[in-house]
Every structure is written in structure tokens, then in C-alpha cells.
Design a protein. Structure first.
Length: 204
């Protein structure tokens, strides 16, 4: 497997846990998402254990999409500290086979790697619960674009700045925010950010 994380201590910890498991071998490590994409293409990797956030450049979801787009691609297991919709949905849509949080016990991590290698899905319970909620109450959940807009609003960006960042018209941004307000039952940007943060829809 390939360990992709920009923190050397985290990579060392993952290696220490996984290499004690019979049949699991860490072939390589990558400190950037770009390195992970390049290394995964060599054809000797079954599973990529991928973080979501890297310093600058490509993020984990983008790297996952690049890796899984290739024929006979390795499976990608996301192992991260982030569990909001803004993090999980892009990663799963990008082709991640599993999604685990870094506070998972060692045996759960090892089991998730084996499950991913077999082409089956493992999801952290909090992530699975939120996805089930989205399926059961689609009208009350935010679309990926609405989540992106609100996450940028949470960073303090104006509608004009959000429109420039996402290459949308300012009117489209306002429309997205209007739908967000209606779904969350709020009437202001501040209230929308607070409600979405409490629900785990965005990260602050």
C-alpha cells in the first residue's frame, strides 16, 4: 500500500500500525497529493491510504479522482480528521472506496485496508450516519455546490468574492444562498454558517 499524508509523524504512525498486520505491506509513502498520484500510477499499489488536506497544491479528493480515473487503479481509503459533508462528499464522489477517521482504533484501520483491497466499502460510523440522513431527507440537505458556497461564506468571503472563486455569477451565488437559508430555516449568512457548522455540513 501507499501512505499519502503531509505529516511525517502520521505516516510513521500509520506504517507502525499497518506493518504489524500479516499480509499488509507499506510499499511507499507520499508527502504531497501530487506525489501520491504519480506513485500510485506505477502499478504496484493495491490500496492508497489518503489524507484529505495537504499544504498547497492538490487536495486528497482531487488526488483520489486522478488515481481512480486510471484503468486498474488501486483502491483509495481516505483516513482523515474531517467528517463534514464538505469533506466526505467530494472524496466519495471522486471514487474513494472507504472513509475512516484518524481516531479509529488500529484494528479498524487494518480491517478497512483489507476491505478496500477487496473492493468493498468501509465508512466511519459518523460518515455513514450522515449519508443515510441525506438519503432519507434529501430536501433538508445541501447540494455539493451549496456546501461549497456556504463554506466560502464561512471563511468571510463576500458574494462577489465567492462568485469569482467558484466562477459563478453573483446572482447564482445569491440563489444558492437563498436555497441554503430555506433548507436550514435561517434568514442570515451568520445564522446559516452557525446552523451548518452545528449540523456538520461545513468545517470552520
Amino acid at each position: 500500500m501507499l501512505l499519502a499524508d503531509d505529516h511525517p509523524v502520521v505516516r510513521a504512525g500509520l506504517r507502525a500500525v499497518l506493518e504489524t498486520e500479516p499480509g499488509l505491506v507499506v510499499v511507499a509513502e507520499a508527502a504531497t497529493a501530487e506525489e501520491a498520484v504519480e506513485r500510485a500510477a506505477l502499478g504496484d499499489i493495491d490500496v492508497v491510504v489518503m489524507d484529505l488536506q495537504f499544504k498547497g497544491g492538490m487536495n486528497g479528493a482531487q488526488a483520489t479522482a486522478a488515481i481512480t480515473a486510471r484503468r486498474d487503479a488501486p483502491r483509495v481509503l481516505i483516513v482523515t480528521t474531517y467528517a463534514t459533508d464538505a469533506d466526505t462528499l467530494p472524496a466519495i464522489e471522486a471514487g474513494a472506496t472507504g472513509y475512516l477517521l484518524k481516531d479509529a482504533p488500529p484494528e479498524e484501520l487494518a480491517a478497512a485496508v483489507r476491505t478496500a483491497a477487496a473492493g468493498r466499502t468501509t465508512l466511519a460510523s459518523s460518515v455513514a450516519d450522515r449519508l443515510m440522513h441525506r438519503l432519507r431527507t434529501p430536501g433538508a440537505t445541501l447540494t455539493r455546490r451549496e456546501t461549497e458556497v456556504l463554506a466560502l461564506v464561512a471563511e468571510g468571503l463576500s458574494n462577489q468574492a465567492v462568485s469569482a472563486r467558484l466562477h459563478l455569477t453573483e446572482g447564482t451565488v445569491k440563489s444558492h444562498l437563498a436555497r441554503v437559508y430555506a433548507k436550514l430555516g435561517v434568514t442570515s449568512r451568520t445564522a446559516a454558517v452557525a446552523a451548518a457548522t452545528d449540523l456538520g455540513l461545513i468545517r470552520r
